[in-house]
Design a protein around this ligand. Sequence first.
Ligand SMILES: C[S@@+](CC[C@H](N)C(=O)[O-])C[C@H]1O[C@@H](n2cnc3c(N)ncnc32)[C@H](O)[C@@H]1O
Length: 299
Amino acid sequence: MATNPHTTPHPSTPSPAAPVPLALWPVAQTSAQYQRAGRYHPDSARHPGKMLPALAARIVSEYSNPGQLVCDPMCGIGTTIVEAALLDRQAVGVELEAAWVDLARANLDRLLEPDRRRLAEVRQGDARRLPAILGNLAGQVDLIVTSPPYACDAGVIDRKAWLAGGRLCATETLNYSADRANLGHARGPAYTAAMAGIYTACHAVLRPGGLLVTVTKNMRRAGRCVDLAASTVTLARTAGFAYLGHVIALHAAIRDSQLVARPSFWQLTQTRKARARGEPAHLSVHEDVLVLQAIEVSR
Ligand SMILES: C[S@@+](CC[C@H](N)C(=O)[O-])C[C@H]1O[C@@H](n2cnc3c(N)ncnc32)[C@H](O)[C@@H]1O
């Protein structure tokens, strides 16, 4: 079990090289589709990079208490906000794209009874302006749960077109929207600078000692592994966070002591293409959950 920093005292500034506790959570014993079926709005399937509901619920339960304020500055279709309100937390989501904001609000309306619906809201805006968007909630957030765009292509799969020899994803669905301001389009130094701005904005809205839990996935580009977890920890430390814990969110099911991968059609085709190019690619069966705490820093 990971250390629960919510119940531990404010840490002294740890050495960047100090090891952190490692935990493993099996959050995909049931599939993503099963976890959403009959609950989330069916159009939620259109969003290409959603968090597993079981993972969002586990993060909220482990790292906050009922009545506390949870925020997701890049909330997509609102998974973290919905699951936080279902666990009796106050929750505020921010999302850049109007289409995803509408869907997030539809999910709140659909999943939450009126008393819980009052706990949750979604605002449209750029996460780099989080303090202004949150207004008088800035400085009061207990927990931020988020999963950033991964600086890789993500789009809505068009299996029919692909089987007919066309593109796997229609161009206009790539990177969450065609809007170049969406960080799904940012690459290299532009992506790093934008994410640095977002972690700084997160630090500014958390109460002292508040937690940032961010979910990333390492990926391959041009045959090389891009260690997004490590670069995220570096960016978050620079923004004033201490790195407290690392959780492996297992996206394979455990069946009879075996791991059974649950790849998406996208992952399968990408992995097959990489192998055909001679790259030693494997199906990815986990995400990295990074647990960070806002500490005072002299910048
Ligand atoms: C990986 S997805 C998060 C999905 C979310 N956890 C869910 O379960 O639906 C990243 C989201 O960040 C949004 N985004 C990209 N740039 C943004 C920005 N500058 N400010 C706020 N949201 C942004 C994208 O539109 C996308 O919905």
